[in-house]
Design a protein around this ligand. Structure first.
Ligand SMILES: O=c1ccn([C@@H]2O[C@H](COP(=O)(O)OP(=O)(O)O[C@H]3O[C@H](CO)[C@@H](O)[C@H](O)[C@H]3O)[C@@H](O)[C@H]2O)c(=O)[nH]1
Length: 475
């Protein structure tokens, strides 16, 4: 149903989404598109044809009214190097995606043309672009009735730490005294968290950051219920530089709508398990584990004696549909799945993660701490066994384990080049699922999840902030 806040007297506004073509980023803007259409505002989703195709697959089950309001623009990318994901234990950064990201900069011309067309038809064109797609949307600056909002796909906590690193020491001290931040900045902020990117990838990202400065505002897929303090700090830091609005609109997809006829086969098994008895294990879409690490994980899950549901897939290639679905699906030792079948199941295709996390039998999540996974787990009140792999994940793991205290660490970032043994894995799983400490984490996670779900219900803080954002862009 259309949100009543968008009234007829408002100027005619259109939103143009410019996502980064990678699962963890694109999916978020797809959900944000859905959210914005509920206010009656049309959304144009501008992306590569291949990745839009991937996005459309995720729309199955969405209501038809939403679908008619999202207009997909499928632009062709020039050919780019489709290397396979590499497996690297100490630095599993998805380096293979760089050629795709570079190719995406060619979207600038078609996106500019689209903006120009829409600028002639609507009173205002509102562009929402991924933080590392800044180059593509530069021509917004040429249009009198267009404005751009930068979408930050990671946590406010990690973004704040990134910003904090760039601040001169003397100002840091001043800031800490003024804003009493000494107790909320972790002692070890993992300054090397992003170091495992290649020079080229780092350069690509930095070049995009240099092109920001649209000044309209920042959008976050987070909630003030989870990271209000860090959002506030970001607002304070930015306000000393420029007038920029910050909107925390997330979580974009915390409510699960299960369609009975399309239920995934794993739910039959989950339905038979006791409440909170299953740990869900998945490492997102960008990481391939090495064979020996997969073996240790398999043994560890078995040794833990706990129930589990494990998504065992390699990283997404940089072009999922170029030559068929080429995600690797590693094999396990013969007989393993049969041996554990009463206690665990292994999935090799795309799993309905949010729905799995929402299932009452799921009481824990072993995760790489990609921001989507963190948000989904928090929204569903599920505590996390944090096994960060790259980029923002090590810092998200600190947020989960030290700040929110709703999880424990499987693998410390400082020991990232070491293989994690089966006994370490078994111990963490047992601790999360069956210890007093794990129980306390579960209680905190459940309470936080409840708060987050309340925040998106009518009148909740997130819901009001969404209304504010819509009111602002339709001002
Ligand atoms: O079988 C699967 C696997 C994944 N997912 C979904 O895919 C998304 C995965 O996102 P995320 O947990 O953030 O992991 P990545 O795919 O690794 O995300 C990349 O993008 C994120 C947002 O920028 C960053 O936080 C991560 O570090 C980066 O690796 C989530 O919504 C999952 O629910 C499924 O639904 N089924």
């Amino acid at each position: 149903m259309e949100n009543q806040k968008c009234n007829k007297e408002h100027p005619q506004v259109v939103v143009v989404m410019v996502p980064l073509p990678a699962q963890g980023h694109l999916n978020q803007l797809l959900h944000l598109s859905h959210l914005i259409t509920t206010y009656g505002i049309p959304v144009h989703f501008a992306g590569s044809s291949t990745h839009n195709r991937q996005a459309k697959l995720r729309l199955q089950g969405w209501d038809t009214e939403t679908l008619t309001k999202i207009h997909f623009h499928d632009f062709e990318l020039p050919p780019y190097d489709s290397t396979s994901p590499k497996i690297d234990l100490s630095c599993p950064f998805p380096q293979h995606l760089l050629p795709l990201f570079e190719a995406s900069t060619h979207l600038r011309d078609p996106v500019s043309q689209l903006l120009q067309q829409l600028s002639g038809k609507f009173d205002r064109v509102v562009v929402i672009h991924d933080v590392i797609m800044a180059y593509v949307v530069q021509d917004v600056k040429l249009l009198p009735n267009a404005e751009a909002y930068t979408f930050n796909p990671i946590s406010a906590f990690t973004t704040f730490l990134q910003t904090w690193e760039t601040i001169p020491e003397n100002y840091k001290l001043h800031f800490q005294l003024q804003h009493s931040t000494t107790d909320i900045i972790p002692k070890d902020i993992l300054t090397d968290a992003y170091r495992c990117m290649s020079k080229e990838m780092l350069e690509f990202a930095m070049n995009q950051f240099k092109l920001l400065g649209f000044k309209s505002g920042w959008l976050y897929n987070t909630s003030r219920v989870i990271e209000g303090r860090y959002l506030q700090l970001l607002e304070t830091i930015h306000s000393t530089k420029e007038e920029t609005k910050h909107f925390a609109l997330g979580p974009f997809s915390p409510v699960v709508i299960e369609s009975a006829e399309n239920r995934h086969h794993s739910f039959k098994w989950l339905d038979e398990q006791e409440k909170d008895s299953v740990i869900y294990v998945s490492f997102g879409s960008t990481v391939s584990l090495r064979g020996d690490q997969i073996e240790e994980l398999a043994k560890g899950l078995e040794e833990s004696g706990e129930k589990f549901i494990w998504v065992l897939r390699g990283a997404d290639p940089n072009d999922v549909f170029a030559q068929g679905d080429q995600v690797t699906r590693p094999h396990l030792q013969q007989g393993y799945e049969e041996r554990v079948k009463d206690r665990g199941i292994v999935l090799r295709d795309w799993a309905p993660q949010l729905e799995i996390l929402a299932h009452p039998s799921v009481g824990g999540f072993m995760s790489h701490c990609g921001w989507n996974s963190c948000m989904e787990s928090i929204s569903m009140g599920v505590p996390i066994a944090a096994w960060p792999m790259h980029s923002d994940q090590p810092r998200n793991a600190i947020l989960i384990s030290e700040v929110l205290r709703i999880g424990m660490v499987v693998k410390d970032w400082a020991r990232r080049s070491e293989l994690v043994t089966s006994s370490t894995i078994a111990n963490v799983v047992k601790a999360l699922m069956a210890s007093e400490e794990g129980k306390e984490m579960k209680e905190r996670a459940a309470k936080l999840g409840e708060g987050v779900r309340e925040s998106v219900a009518q009148g909740g803080v997130a819901s009001l902030e969404r209304d504010d954002f819509i009111a602002y862009i339709t001002r």
